[in-house]
Design a protein around this ligand. Structure first.
Ligand SMILES: Cc1cc2nc3c(=O)[nH]c(=O)nc-3n(C[C@H](O)[C@H](O)[C@H](O)COP(=O)(O)O)c2cc1C
Length: 195
C-alpha cells in the first residue's frame, strides 16, 4: 500500500512517529512531507530541542521506518502527491494543524501537503485528517465540517481511556490503531471494545 503522510505543526508528534513506524511495519511505502512548523514540533516534542536542524529531525524521524519512508520537501512540486495521476492508496495528515485545516478547507494550496489533500478529495481517495487544537472556534468547527462533507475522515487526536491505558504509549497506540483501521490495515495496537 502506498501512503502519503503529511506532518504539520500541531502538537502530537508522538502520534506521527508511531504512525510512521506502524505503516512501515505493515509493509507500506510511505511518502512523508513535513511542514516547517511540523519540523519544529517534532524537534520539540520528540527530541527536546526546538533548534535541531531540519535534516537532523527528519533523519531521526524516518530511521525506525527502515527504508520504507521517503521524505519530500513541502515545496517539491515534482513529488507524486502533486497529481492525481500518481498511484497513491491513502493520504493521512497527522497531526493536522488548524492552519493546514483552514487552508485545505478553502481549497487553497501552498505546499505539497495541501496539494496532496486536495488531490485526495478531488480523486475521491481515502483521506484521514488528524487535527489537534482546543478549544475549537466556530471557524475550526466549520472547516472540519466542510472537510468531512467533502469526504475526509476527521480522526481527532483524542484518545479514549476505556481500553485500560497504563502509559502514554498506550494512548498513542489507541489513536494510531484507529488510523490504521481507517486505512484497512490489520492491527492489535489497542484492546478493542468487547474483547
Ligand atoms: C510547539 C508548537 C505547538 C503547536 N501546537 C499547535 C496545535 O496543537 N494546533 C494547531 O492548530 N497549531 C499549533 N501550533 C501552531 C502551528 O504550528 C502554526 O499555526 C503553523 O503556522 C501551522 O503551519 P502548518 O500547518 O503549515 O504546519 C503549534 C506550534 C508550535 C511551535
Amino acid at each position: 500500500m502506498h501512503v502519503f503522510l503529511g506532518i504539520t505543526g500541531a502538537s502530537g508528534a508522538p502520534y506521527a512517529a508511531r504512525l510512521l513506524e506502524a505503516l512501515a511495519a505493515a509493509d507500506c511505502e510511505v511518502g512523508v512531507c513535513v511542514s516547517g512548523a511540523g519540523v519544529e514540533v517534532l524537534a520539540t516534542e520528540l527530541y527536546g530541542d526546538a533548534s535541531l536542524p531540519r535534516d537532523e529531525v527528519l533523519a531521526r524521524l524516518i530511521e525506525p521506518a527502515h527504508g520504507a519512508a521517503r521524505i519530500y520537501d513541502p515545496n517539491d512540486w515534482k513529488a507524486p502527491y502533486g497529481s492525481g495521476s500518481a498511484k497513491v492508496d491513502a493520504y493521512v495528515v497527522c497531526p493536522c494543524s488548524m492552519g493546514t485545516l483552514g487552508t485545505v478547507a478553502s481549497g487553497a494550496m501552498q505546499n505539497v501537503i495541501h496539494r496532496a489533500v486536495s488531490v485526495a478529495l478531488k480523486e475521491g481517495r481515502k483521506l484521514v485528517l488528524m487535527p489537534r487544537e482546543t478549544p475549537l472556534s466556530e471557524i475550526h468547527l466549520t472547516n472540519m465540517l466542510t472537510l468531512r462533507r467533502a469526504g475526509a475522515v476527521m480522526l481527532f487526536l483524542a484518545p479514549g481511556f476505556y481500553h485500560g491505558a497504563e502509559s502514554l504509549d498506550d494512548l498513542v497506540d489507541f489513536i494510531v490503531g484507529r488510523a490504521l483501521d481507517q486505512l484497512g490495515l490489520e492491527n492489535q495496537l489497542a484492546k478493542r471494545w468487547g474483547q
